[in-house]
Write a protein that binds this ligand. Structure first.
Ligand code: ASP
Ligand code: MG
Length: 403
C-alpha cells in the first residue's frame, strides 16, 4: 500500500468522457490498495475562458475578484470527478482549499503555497476515501481566495506530496512523458525513461513544456521524485528525479530549440567598467528578458563588441531603447531577426570530454554557421539561422545517439 498524489491536468479532465476515464484510473489505483490524494486542474480552456470573461467586464478587473472567479474552474472539475468516482462505487470527496485549508502567502494571482492542514484529509484517507483537491489555489492568512500562477496545479501536487509525505507524485497529462526533442515537429524524438531535475529544467525552459518549471524546482529542492505519464495510454512515462540516482550512459539527454529569437550586436562599444550595465539597465526597466550575452575580447584595448539575444517580439522595442540610450557610445548597431537557439542538454556531459567539439563539428558538416555560443555545466547552446533549425536538431539528435 502506498500513499500517492495523482494529478490530472486540464486535458485529462477536459470533458465528461475524460473525467469518467480519469475516474477509472483512480479506481484501479484505489483497488490496488493505495491511499490517494487527487489534484485536478480546471477543464481544458476553462481558465482562459474565465480570464476573458473578466476582461469583457472590465480591463481593470480587480485581482481579488479574478481569483474568486478563476478558482471556480478547479472547483467544477473536483466536484465532477468526485461524482464520477462515487458512481463507480469509490468513496471520494472534494475538499476546497479554504476547507483544508491550503495557506498561501503573497499577492492575488501570484501567491505561493506555504502550508496546509493534513489532519482532516489524512483521516479521510485512513477511512478509505479518495480526497479530491483543486490545484492552483489556496487562501491567504486573511481568508481571501488566492491563485498561485498559471499552470499552478503542478505546484499544488508537489506541495501536497511534500506536506503529506507521500510515496509518489504522478502527473497525468496529454503526453507520454518527456521527449529527447519536440515530438510534434521532429518525429525521430524518443521518450526519455528517466531524467534528472536539472535536465528537465533546462529542457522545459527551452520549450519542452511538460510540467511547470517552478514545480519541478520545488520537487528538486525537497527531492520528491515525479512521474509524468499519459492519461490516455498505459505506456510507462518519464521519471524525474535526483541525478545521483541516474546512471549516465549518454553524454546528451535531449536537444531543445527555441525559435522566435532575435540577435543584436553593438559594435565598438567603449571597453571600460560599467558599460555593460549601462547597456542593459533600460532592458531591465522595460522588463525585456535578455538571453545570451557575448562580449568579445577587445582587440584595440579601447572598444569591444557586445552581442545578445532576446525574444523576437521584443526586437523593435530593444532597438529603440538602444538608440535612445545616451549613456552609451557605439559605432554600429546591427541585428538579425530570424535566429533560433539550439541546445544540447545532458548531465552526462560533465564527465564526457569532447562534447563541445562534437557539436560544433556536426553543425559544420551540415554547413550551418554558428552565430553565438553559450555553455553551462549541463547545456551547450548555439544561435543559428532559424531556417536550419530542423536540420540542426536532427543532426545533433543523431550524432549524440538519441534516435
Ligand atoms: N487551471 C490553471 C491554468 O490553466 C492551473 C493549471 O491548469 O495548472 O493555468
Ligand atoms: Mg494545466
Amino acid at each position: 500500500m502506498k500513499k500517492k498524489v495523482l494529478k490530472f491536468g486540464g486535458t485529462s479532465v477536459g470533458s465528461i468522457e475524460r473525467i469518467v476515464h480519469a475516474s477509472k484510473i483512480i479506481k484501479r489505483e484505489s483497488d490496488s490498495g493505495n491511499k490517494l490524494i487527487v489534484v485536478v486542474s480546471a477543464m481544458a480552456g476553462k481558465t482562459n475562458e474565465l480570464i476573458s470573461m473578466s476582461k469583457s467586464v472590465s480591463n481593470n478587473f480587480s485581482k481579488r475578484e479574478l481569483d474568486v472567479l478563476l478558482s471556480t474552474g478547479e472547483q467544477v472539475s473536483c466536484a465532477l470527478l468526485s461524482g464520477a468516482l462515487n458512481k463507480i462505487g469509490i468513496k471520494a470527496k472534494s475538499f476546497m482549499s479554504w476547507q483544508i485549508p491550503i495557506l498561501t502567502d503573497g499577492e492575488n494571482n501570484n501567491a505561493r503555497i506555504i502550508n496546509m492542514n493534513v489532519t482532516q484529509i489524512d483521516n479521510y484517507l485512513v477511512g478509505g476515501g479518495v480526497a479530491i483537491i483543486p490545484g492552483y489555489q489556496g487562501i491567504s492568512n486573511l481568508g481571501e481566495i488566492t491563485t498561485i500562477g498559471r499552470g499552478g496545479s503542478d505546484a499544488t501536487a508537489v506541495a501536497i506530496a511534500k506536506i503529506f509525505d507521500t510515496d509518489s507524485c504522478e502527473i497525468y497529462t496529454d503526453v507520454d512523458g518527456v521527449y529527447s526533442t519536440d515530438p510534434n515537429k521532429i518525429p525521430i524524438a524518443k521518450k526519455i525513461d528517466k531524467i534528472s531535475y536539472e535536465e528537465m529544467l533546462e529542457l522545459s525552459s527551452l520549450g519542452a513544456k511538460v510540467m511547470q518549471s517552478s514545480a519541478v524546482q520545488t520537487a528538486m529542492i525537497y527531492d520528491i521524485p515525479l512521474q509524468v505519464r499519459s492519461t490516455f495510454t498505459d505506456r510507462q512515462g518519464t521519471i524525474i528525479f535526483n541525478k545521483e540516482n541516474l546512471n549516465y550512459s549518454k553524454a546528451v539527454t535531449g536537444v531543445a530549440y527555441s525559435k522566435d529569437d532575435a540577435k543584436i550586436t553593438l559594435q565598438s562599444v567603449e571597453d571600460k567598467p560599467g558599460v555593460a550595465a549601462e547597456v542593459f539597465e533600460p532592458f531591465e526597466i522595460n522588463k525585456i528578458n535578455i538571453d545570451m550575452v557575448i562580449q568579445n575580447v577587445s582587440s584595440d584595448g579601447k572598444t569591444t563588441d557586445i552581442t545578445f539575444t532576446i525574444k523576437r517580439e521584443d526586437l523593435n522595442k530593444s532597438l529603440e531603447i538602444l538608440k535612445k540610450n545616451n549613456k552609451i557610445r557605439f559605432k554600429n548597431l546591427s541585428y538579425k531577426n530570424n535566429v533560433a537557439k539550439i541546445s544540447i542538454v545532458g548531465a552526462g556531459m560533465v564527465t564526457t570530454p569532447g562534447v563541445t567539439y562534437k557539436m560544433f563539428r556536426a553543425l559544420s558538416e551540415e554547413n550551418i554557421n554558428i552565430l553565438a555560443i553559450s555553455t553551462s555545466e549541463i547545456k551547450i547552446s548555439v544561435i543559428i539561422d532559424e531556417g536550419f533549425t530542423v536540420k540542426a536538431v536532427k543532426k545533433l539528435h543523431n550524432i549524440f545517439n538519441l534516435n
